[in-house]
Design a protein around this ligand. Structure first.
Ligand SMILES: Nc1ncnc2c1ncn2[C@@H]1O[C@H](COP(=O)(O)OP(=O)(O)OP(=O)(O)O)[C@@H](O)[C@H]1O
Length: 464
């Protein structure tokens, strides 16, 4: 252990992590950081390497290369890749749950939570039989353990079932019980592997509430999740993997509009990538491609010296199984390759960049027919008075969507406030988030903001 106080805000720093299984590069030169007290989500298509990252953090695998630093609140620092795996929960205070539920199904809920505190109770008994005789320190530790268990059962909405066998709980409740059990170990970092898998919407909502409650205690959460409604609602920071490489890293809004993520995550056929890039991002995507990939977004075209490029043909060491990944299978890599090719071409005037209306593939067509933005009825050539309203004040509009709206002649709250159904449909299609404008009530928000702006002409900015 290094007792030097940590001055940074990051609970976890993963640097140049690589994990190879024989010839298979499951993780290649991955670096990211998780901020203390935040929820960081690790997402990516199946087989992207998310669970392998968890296994490296929690000591189940020793990484082939790289460093995983855990900075505790008290300033102590642990290099997790060097700690024996049983010391990772005990000393570094990292807890985890697994993709498949691992409860003691014959034990009661309370017993499950007490078992998780076994170490604390053993210590209080002096690792002797004194606990049996009600040694005072043991009695106190035992009472505290029951209190902590009750606290987390309550937070998980399960206190009424404390004495029922865990196996009798519905699936979603078992998931919450697992998380409550992990919390009873007093973790500083809680790693959750697909906690929302198989949950119905009501159970997902209960899970979100539990996770937000955990976050409010200052515990940091690292979350692997496929359910985007969970990821986008509760995460502060999202890291996206594809074929073991980081392809995006940022807040939920920036990640969901990142063309590399869209290409990787939609899982479209290769020949559709170009079309999807155009359709989901339109000029915005092309513009991003013009400037090339953000170097902060992982290895990109700077291939890892340690892990080497992702293999086209890979092998599983243990089973001798050979897995073939078709050349150029990485959608994110295709985006980067296209970036390089576009960057070498002369820049096209923005008006000429709009894709011509054309027949679209079913998936992409449903997402973002850019030509439909012509259907927004109240477009302006320029903002009134030369200054646009700050559309990002509307919850759900981030800087990227604000820019897209501006590019399509929408600059002011009152324009959005006046949208009719057809305008909403056209804008939603362009922004590629079906139903979002109504769900987030952009019109209602825009009306309120337009009213506020009208009431304060001096401070509104950009309006005559
Ligand atoms: N112990 C192992 N031996 C060999 N290959 C492995 C091992 N563990 C993982 N892999 C391989 O590493 C790659 C990444 O797997 P991993 O389970 O980390 O992906 P994932 O992103 O968690 O996928 P999913 O979302 O489907 O759970 C896969 O190709 C997987 O087959």
């Amino acid at each position: 252990m290094n007792a030097t106080p940590s001055s940074n805000d990051f609970i976890l720093q993963v640097e140049h992590l690589s994990m190879k299984f024989g010839g298979l590069v499951a993780i290649g030169d991955l670096s990211f950081q998780a901020r203390r007290g935040e929820i960081t989500a690790l997402i990516g298509p199946n087989g992207a390497g998310k669970t392998t990252v968890f296994n490296c953090i929690t000591g189940f695998y020793k990484p082939t290369e790289g460093m995983i630093t855990l900075n505790k609140r008290d300033g102590s620092t642990y290099l997790l890749e060097r700690l024996p795996n049983h010391e990772i929960p005990a000393r570094a205070n990292v807890a985890r749950t697994f993709q498949n539920i691992r409860l003691f199904s014959g034990m009661t809920l309370l017993e499950n939570l007490l078992v998780a505190q076994h170490n604390k109770l053993m210590k209080a008994s002096g690792y002797t039989f004194l606990g049996l005789f009600g040694f005072p320190s043991y009695r106190q530790a035992s009472a505290e353990s029951i209190e902590l268990a009750r606290h987390w059962l309550d937070k998980a909405g399960l206190v009424d079932r404390a004495d029922d066998p865990a196996g009798d709980l519905p699936y979603g409740a078992q998931r919450r019980l697992e998380i409550a059990r992990a919390m009873c170990t007093g973790p500083e970092l809680l790693c959750l592997d697909e906690p929302a898998a198989g949950l119905n919407p009501k159970e997902s909502a209960a899970l979100n509430e539990l996770l937000m409650g955990i976050k409010s205690t200052g515990t940091s959460i690292l979350l692997i999740e496929h359910d985007m409604s969970v990821v986008m609602q509760i995460s502060d920071h999202v890291v996206v993997l594809e074929y073991g490489r980081k392809i995006s890293d940022g807040n939920p809004q920036s990640v969901r509009t990142d063309p590399r993520v869209i290409a990787a995550y939609l899982g479209v056929d290769d020949e559709e990538v170009q079309e999807v890039l155009t359709e989901v991002g339109d000029e915005d995507v092309i513009e991003q491609l013009d400037t090339g990939p953000d170097p902060a977004h992982g290895p990109g075209n700077s291939a890892s010296m340690m892990a080497g490029p992702v293999s086209d043909s890979v092998e599983h060491a243990n089973e001798g199984e050979r897995v073939t990944v078709s050349k150029g299978a990485s959608k994110a890599a295709q985006v980067d390759a296209r970036s390089a090719s576009i960057a070498s071409k002369p820049i096209v005037a923005p008006a000429a960049k709009k894709p011509a209306a054309k027949a679209r593939s079913t998936k992409a067509a449903a997402k973002a027919p850019a030509a439909k933005t012509a259907g927004i009825s109240n477009r302006l050539d320029a903002p009134r008075g030369g200054k646009a309203d700050s559309l990002i004040r509307i919850k759900g509009i981030g800087p990227v969507n604000e820019r897209k709206l501006n590019e399509h002649g929408i600059f002011h709250f009152d324009q959005i406030a006046a949208w009719k159904k057809a305008d909403i449909e056209a804008a939603e299609a362009y922004l590629a988030f079906d139903g979002r404008i109504e769900r987030e009530d952009w019109i209602g928000q825009a009306k309120a903001l337009a009213k506020e702006a009208a009431a304060k002409p001096a401070t509104r900015g950009g309006r005559k």
